[in-house]
Design a protein around this ligand. Structure first.
Ligand code: SF4
Length: 90
């Protein structure tokens, strides 16, 4: 997307990066991604694109908005923490 500030910074926006990232680090990373969107000249186009996608395919940050919309970054961090705990049990 023309002017996208996230170009080349995919890992900063990836909601599925997982690994050993703590929930706090995840929340901070998502917050930083959204802050970058606030300055992005492509924000409106990005938001329109995100809204045009089928809801089940949207995840992470689009145009400064966090998807899925029903899940705040804090709630996503809780889910992330639960997933990490479950992964350690396996
Ligand atoms: S508004 Fe969209 S294109 Fe711009 S930085 Fe955010 S995710 Fe990337």
């Amino acid at each position: 997307m023309e002017g996208a500030l996230c170009s080349g910074r995919v890992s900063e926006f990836d909601p599925f990066r997982g690994g050993s990232e703590s929930p706090e680090a995840y929340r901070e990373r998502m917050t930083a991604a959204r802050a970058l969107c606030d300055q992005c000249p492509a924000r409106e186009a990005c938001l329109a694109l995100g809204n045009a996608l089928p809801a089940h395919t949207r995840a992470g940050v689009w145009g400064g908005r966090f998807y899925p919309e029903y899940e705040s970054p804090s709630r996503a961090a809780q889910r992330h923490r639960r997933n990490l705990r479950n992964r350690k049990r396996v």
